[in-house]
Design a binder for this molecule. Structure first.
Ligand SMILES: [Zn+2]
Length: 311
């Protein structure tokens, strides 16, 4: 009877497909030459999911003390950059889909590695925890000419004001965008002027300025689907970070009418939505409790955030 080392490499690759990425690059690929070769099978690297690596965690987010209260020292820890470098030795340039975990602390060097070594990215999801240099953003998205779907979140308490124009200007195939950050008037203007190819847009669980929203719906002529489920609405953006009494869980009648008339699908919640209440309690009433907020966003990241644009 032949041993594992003689097994057909395509079958081995199928079995490896059930392992997580770390187990392949740090484990299976190091067993023998046959497994090493099977680990390079193209089918393993087209879509890379780094959101389900527990109990393996990456020890590079300076904010981890705030949310990883159950840290276990026994866990193996890796640096994101090392993992990315290792992955790209196996994946070559064939990766089209890359999903990073909510907590990964992406820095300019990490984005540069992904951009340079994964130029064929069509779909990517990641979180922005820190400010990135504008040139770095420009460089990254100039490499991803085939980008079709982008899921990008910014934790609410990290008040970053990143200009997204470089994304729209470089990625002319971008049709699906999910942004978990506040829809301000400036952002609405960027979306209208620099993201004209967009057909599907989601701000699920984000905060939205009513004036910005109205301007976006009226002025973006290619937009077909707008998902605003579980959003918080405010008249002007300063109110979102200030007087909570002015906030609401429903858009105005005028907005609902305009959205329904201008779009194929305008998705908003009903007033008895339970998730909306959870978002309200955790993100707004509980403002200041970063731990609860991060945990909630992480849970949503693993369920709704990425799944919504899985097509
Ligand atoms: Zn809701």
């Amino acid at each position: 009877m032949s041993g594992w080392e003689n097994m057909d490499r395509n079958i081995l690759a199928k079995i490896f497909g059930m392992l997580n990425v770390i187990d392949i690059i740090m484990g299976a690929s190091r067993v023998c030459i046959s497994w090493f070769l099977a680990s390079h099978n193209r089918t393993l690297w087209k879509s890379i999911n780094l959101t389900d690596l527990k109990p393996i965690s990456l020890d590079d987010n300076p904010k981890k003390a705030e949310f990883l209260l159950d840290n276990n020292d026994e866990e193996r820890r890796y640096q994101l950059r090392d993992i990315l470098m290792e992955i790209t030795k196996f994946s070559n340039t064939i990766t089209t889909d890359l999903f990073l975990d909510y907590y990964y602390y992406i820095q300019e060097e990490d984005l540069a590695i992904i951009a340079e070594r994964m130029p064929n990215i069509k779909k990517i999801a990641f979180t922005l925890w820190c400010d990135l240099n504008e040139n770095s953003f420009q460089f990254t998205f100039s490499r991803w000419k085939n980008l079709q779907t982008l899921i990008l979140t910014q934790p609410r308490f990290e008040k970053l004001d990143l200009d997204l124009r470089a994304i729209g200007d470089n990625c002319q195939s971008l049709t699906n965008l999910k942004l978990i950050r506040t829809l301000t008037r400036d952002l609405a203007e960027q979306l209208v002027c620099n993201f004209s190819t967009l057909k599907r847009l989601s701000f699920q669980c984000a905060s939205v300025c009513n004036i910005a929203l109205l301007s976006l719906i009226i002025n973006h002529h290619n937009l077909k689907i707008l998902n605003l489920s579980h959003c918080i609405y405010a008249e002007i953006i300063n109110e979102i970070f200030g007087d909570e009494d002015e906030l609401g869980l429903l858009p105005s009648e005028n907005i609902i009418q305009t959205g329904t008339q201008n779009l194929d699908a305008f998705i908003v919640c009903s007033k008895d939505c339970k998730v909306c209440k959870e978002v309200w309690d955790i993100a707004w009433r509980g403002a200041g409790n970063n731990y609860k907020y991060y945990m909630f966003q992480n849970k949503k990241w693993k369920t709704d955030a990425i799944k919504e644009l899985e097509f």
